[in-house]
Ligand binder design. Structure first.
Ligand code: ZN
Length: 292
């Protein structure tokens, strides 16, 4: 079995019924047991015993509360919108250094909260008419004060895939990767495309290969800022590569022994695998039948 996927498995009930019940939501907002996730911008603040830091609700804080969910005792958990004017770098991965401090369940909860807070910070104005928008639905939407349009937190699907040919899979590297690291190829799904079509298009654009038999493997939210990584496999009809060098610096076909050597950190391996939280690593572990 591969390692568990990062950012999957949040431990709270999302309690959707509270989002649409103003009385119940108001009661949750004054529940003395309620807790609020401490954030610095969109980065998490480590708690005393490691893990996330949860604080009692501060009545003097006038930033809007957004409901993350309830635990099995009914205790509500919130996060607040970012302070006005806060500098948020949603693509910053400096927090990646701290992520190994979190349990998988906390990591999943934090990832969702981060994407949500970031989305609100960037959607203060209506995309239809330009008027200011305000939070509604317990934090899971914004409504325009001018035209009434409703906007909901976005999720951007990204396909990430291993093309397979004759017992080998294709890995590639982008210029900004750490030296020696190769990963699965990936790209955003475009309007008017199925996941299967996006996989085939990206592999043709980036590596010049044609594929068939696209299959789904697993998915993972990736909160930088709001991607949903959809992991797939596909079968290449011909292994000859034509790289788009603006996207891919180098690519190569690797067999299972080479992938296992890379996963095991073997210095003789022909490449380095992506870090454990990345679904690309999961795809390689899954394909190679890797047991950590
Ligand atoms: Zn509007």
């Amino acid at each position: 079995m591969p390692n568990p996927l990062g950012f999957v498995g949040a431990w709270l009930d999302r309690a959707d019924q509270l989002r649409t019940d103003p009385q119940a939501f108001a009661a949750a907002c004054v529940d003395p047991r309620a807790r609020c996730l401490a954030l610095d911008g969109v980065d998490f603040v480590p708690g005393d015993g490691g893990g996330l830091r949860w604080e009692p609700l501060d009545p003097a804080d006038d930033r809007t509360l957004m409901l993350l969910g309830r635990d099995d005792r009914g205790i509500p958990y919130f996060v607040r919108e970012a302070p006005r004017g806060a500098r948020i770098d949603a693509r910053s991965r400096t927090v990646m250094r701290l992520l190994p401090l979190l349990s998988p369940q906390d990591l999943a909860l934090y990832g969702g909260a981060r994407s949500l807070v970031d989305w609100h910070a960037r959607h203060g104005f209506c995309a239809v008419c330009g008027s200011p928008t305000g939070i509604f639905r317990a934090g899971w939407g914004r409504r325009c004060g001018g035209c009434g349009a409703e906007h909901f937190p976005r999720v951007d699907p990204v396909v990430i895939m291993l093309a397979e040919h004759d017992g080998r899979v294709l890995v590639g590297r982008q210029r900004q990767f750490p030296p020696g690291m190769f990963s699965a190829l990936a790209g955003f799904v475009e309007p008017g495309e199925s996941l299967e079509e996006a996989v085939a298009r990206e592999l043709f654009e980036e590596a010049g290969i044609r594929v068939s038999d696209v299959t789904y493997v697993a998915s993972q939210p990736w909160p930088f800022p709001s991607s949903l990584m959809v992991g797939c496999r596909a079968v290449a009809t011909d292994p000859a590569l034509t790289l788009d060098e603006t996207e891919i610096e180098a690519a190569m076909w690797v067999d299972r022994a080479e992938v296992r050597a890379a996963l095991g950190g073997d210095m003789e391996a022909p490449f380095m695998v992506p870090p454990p939280l990345a679904i690309a690593r999961y795809l390689l572990e899954d394909w190679a039948g890797w047991t950590p």
